[in-house]
Design a protein around this ligand. Structure first.
Ligand code: AMP
Ligand code: TRP
Length: 346
């Protein structure tokens, strides 16, 4: 996709390090949990070095109410912890507390090309018809995302399917920087997009992504929804009149049915085929209560824990400050070395 030429065939020289980020804008939902959070805890528990970030500087690329941004950032931190991220095992912090992200993003703004940014589907979707009125930050967003990752020399990035294109751009930026300066300084990051639920769809329309920005609250399950709300949203989820098929092929032309089966598989840690082996032939009137029970069983403990953590915001703030110190300890020398490579007098 780019003028960058691939010269680096492996990241053998780099230690495995996982980085990922979530925007503190709006409520966390089931898509964030299955596509991202649940897998973040998995990586942490495999003993890999893991760095997780609330990307508040990405959030302000579109308008954020200041009080709401603070609340969402703390609630997101609570969501990370309640989903199993242990601040003693992972580095957990807030992007704006580590200035190196924005500093490296400036360098990458000078590496990336306008044409690369213009091709991003998220830019086209979010800027809409009136792109002249979109913020410059929204356009440059992927360059800050590349900096988030590469300022830690992260090698692996778990995300949902919607971030794939941004991660390809991150690779292009690393490759172009390395080529331009004749170094092998930045790793060429691997996206990690795995599992049955890398793209959770709206409960009202199986062809649209479940998203924080959907005006219909019934389209998504929020991590803060109580058991009754979760059950009601699943009961009302759009389906078709057919019974469930007994293999994945039978879901191909049935986006709403496929979405509910994918969600079940993601929550139960099963493959779609395994789920269908158990539920093939059942009507949705039977399957939906099973899915609701499973969702409540998996999500309720998380929402209860989030509410509990939110009662002590000072503790959350202290965790984020400590995380930022640990993050800076990795990022500062990498930024310094970048400046040296570029020829900046230090
Ligand atoms: P965001 O809320 O846009 O900051 O996304 C945070 C993480 O959740 C990213 O890794 C996304 O790819 C993932 N994500 C967001 N929406 C979905 C979805 N509907 N299905 C799966 N993953 C998602
Ligand atoms: N762009 C991502 C999203 O909207 C969030 C994000 C920012 C991110 N920086 C990142 C994800 C670095 C992974 C790695 O979902």
């Amino acid at each position: 996709m780019s003028d960058a030429v691939q010269t680096q065939s492996s990241n053998a020289a780099f230690t495995k390090r996982v980085f990922s980020g979530i925007q503190p804008s709006g409520d966390l939902h089931l898509g964030n949990y299955l596509g991202a959070l649940k897998r973040f805890a998995g990586a942490q528990n495999q003993g890999i070095e893991t760095v997780y970030c609330m990307v508040d500087q990405h959030a302000i690329t579109v308008w954020q109410d200041p009080a709401e941004l603070k609340r969402s950032t703390r609630e997101l931190a609570a969501g990370f912890i309640a989903s199993g991220i242990d601040p003693e095992k992972s580095i957990l912090f807030n992007q704006s507390q580590v200035a190196e992200h924005a500093q490296l993003a400036w360098v990458f703004n000078c590496v990336a090309r306008m044409g690369w940014m213009q091709r991003m589907t998220q830019w086209k979707d979010k800027a809409g018809k009136n792109s002249q009125n979109a913020s410059l930050g929204l356009f440059a967003y992927p360059s800050l995302m590349a900096a988030d990752i590469l300022v830690y020399h992260a090698t692996h990035v778990p995300v949902g399917e919607d971030q794939k294109q941004h991660l390809e751009l991150t690779r292009d930026i690393a490759i172009k920087f390395n080529n331009d300066y004749g170094v092998e300084f930045f790793p060429v990051t691997e996206p990690v997009i795995e599992g049955a639920a890398t793209r959770v769809m709206s409960l009202r329309d199986g062809t649209k992504k479940m998203s924080k920005s959907d005006p219909s609250d019934a389209s998504r399950i929020n991590m803060t929804d109580d058991a009754d709300t979760i059950a009601k949203k699943i009961r009302k989820a759009k389906t078709d009149p057919e019974a469930l098929p007994s293999e994945a092929k039978g879901l191909e032309e049935r986006p709403d049915a496929r979405n509910l089966v994918n969600i079940y598989a993601g929550l139960a840690d099963m493959s779609v085929d395994e789920v269908l082996r158990d539920v093939g032939g059942k009507a949705f009137s039977e399957f939906k209560p099973m899915l609701a029970d499973l969702a409540v069983a998996k999500l309720s403990p998380i929402s209860t824990e989030m509410a509990h953590l939110m009662e002590n915001q000072d503790e959350i703030d202290a965790i984020l400050r400590k995380g930022a110190d640990s993050a800076r300890a990795i990022a500062t020398p990498i930024l310094e070395k970048t400046y040296d490579i570029i020829g900046m007098v230090r």
